[in-house]
Design a protein around this ligand. Structure first.
Ligand code: CAA
Length: 395
């Protein structure tokens, strides 16, 4: 078993950290307060090659492995969750799913532009009445000659106003086979019948764009279908194997950010002439954060390694997402506690970590869904079978 990271991993970490410090943090407090996202962030990420991490050179990506993707997410979220969300949606849910499920022609058609950031990808599964219960979506796809006509709506869509194309899951009208009704498409936002609308008033990730997308008699060519008729739910679930990985690694970045802030504050703030870092109850909170960070890294490195070698990792990815997000929320709660009243206002960043980390316990599988999934695996009610198509191993 090899635990060492490579020099390339270290370079990716340093690059993503610097990007966070120089490009994400300046002006962030205002953007977060005003709930204003910055579209130019995507261009800056593209310029640095960040949007191509995890995509093979053959498709004009960086040619780096899947662990690199996790490390980049960790360091981006150390600056702000909104930057990591871009990776989750564009790289994880969208690009890697095309890499897994696309035909060679589709990969050649879509991946180079996505890897270079010339186009941005989004993901549409959740609907107003189908979140955890993802199988029961209502968006319809009607077959009509060589194309499909889509009607429906998706909600809580990150980058709804910015993405050029979306991976959308719909329900096939009159499926050939009972139970084989889900179908996945890559849809272009410039197609007649598409429109988006921003969601306002979010608790966290306020510097990120979130919205709804709507399809009204929207025609999609059969050449833009990912997988076959009936594969749509599997496409969605494997997209979540990629998205959850980025969320799990990003959550470690929040814990590190909490430690950055608390480390500083513990030495600055004194009680009775003594640094608060000397207080044992504060030390307990710091030690828990360190454990969350270090265990969290092991969990996501393992998933990254499983992706690298082409192993199915649904169970391990769920574990990493479940535990890391819970530990990030706990770390952020403790970071607020350590900062006392200062932690309760936006003079310090920890209140933002608290609000941002809460969201990750809801999206990409709620805390409760992952709890149940883990219990089901252990009790033998849930078993992973070999997949029809797998993510190409890292070469
Ligand atoms: N890869 C490929 N196929 C998979 C898979 C995976 N990871 N997981 C399951 N499948 C396949 C199964 O093999 C099965 O196929 P067969 O019947 O042929 O074997 C089929 O999909 C159904 O799988 P399950 O039996 O596991 O389905 P289930 O109904 O038991 O799943 C559930 C229940 C786990 C709760 C699932 O519905 C789930 O994960 N729900 C949460 C959905 C979710 O995370 N939503 C987040 C939306 S996206 C988002 O949040 C992003 C954002 O931007 C905000």
């Amino acid at each position: 078993m090899e635990f060492a990271l490579t020099a390339e991993h270290d370079l990716i970490r340093e690059m993503a950290y610097k990007f966070g410090q120089l490009e994400v943090l300046p002006g962030l407090a205002e953007r977060d307060r005003e709930a204003r996202s910055d579209r130019t962030m995507l261009d800056k990420m593209a310029e640095k090659g960040i949007l191509g991490i995890g995509i093979p050179e053959k498709y004009q990506g960086s040619g780096t492995d899947y662990i690199s993707l996790g490390i980049a997410c960790e360091e981006l979220e150390r600056a702000d969750t909104s930057a990591r969300v871009v990776m989750s949606v564009h790289s994880g849910l969208h690009s890697l799913t095309i890499l897994q499920w696309g035909t060679e022609e589709q990969k050649q058609r879509w991946l180079p532009a996505l890897a270079k950031g010339d186009r941005v990808g989004g993901f549409g599964l959740t609907e107003p009445n189908a979140g955890s219960d993802a199988i029961n979506i209502r968006t319809r796809a009607r077959k009509d000659g060589d194309s499909y006509v889509l009607n429906g709506e998706k909600t809580w869509i990150s980058l709804a106003d910015y993405a050029d194309q979306f991976l959308v899951i719909a329900l096939l009208e009159n499926p050939a086979e009972e139970g084989k009704s889900h179908v996945a498409f890559i849809v272009d936002r410039n197609t007649p019948g598409f429109h988006s609308q921003a969601i306002h008033g979010k608790l966290g990730v306020r510097a990120g764009n979130t919205g709804q997308i709507f399809f009204e008699e929207m025609r999609v060519s059969a050449t833009d279908r990912l997988g076959d008729d009936g594969d749509g739910f599997k496409v969605a679930m494997s997209a979540l194997d990629h998205g959850r990985y980025t969320v799990a690694s990003g959550a470690v970045g929040i814990i590190t950010a909490c430690l950055d802030a608390c480390n500083k504050y513990c030495h600055e703030r004194k009680v009775g002439g003594e640094e608060i870092g000397r207080k044992q109850l504060v030390q307990q909170m710091i030690a828990n954060m360190v454990a969350g960070r270090d265990i969290g890294r092991l969990l996501y490195y393992q998933v990254g390694w499983m992706k690298n070698v082409g192993m199915r990792h649904t169970r391990e990815c769920s574990m990493a997402k479940w535990q890391n997000c819970a530990n990030a929320f706990k770390a952020a709660n403790d970071a607020v506690e350590i900062h006392g009243a200062y932690g309760y206002c936006d003079e310090f960043p920890v209140e933002r970590y608290f609000r941002n980390s809460r969201g990750a316990m809801i999206y990409e599988g709620t805390h409760e869904i992952h709890t149940i999934v883990q219990a089901e695996y252990e009790l033998g009610y849930r078993k992973d079978r070999p997949l029809k198509v797998t993510l190409p191993p890292f070469e």
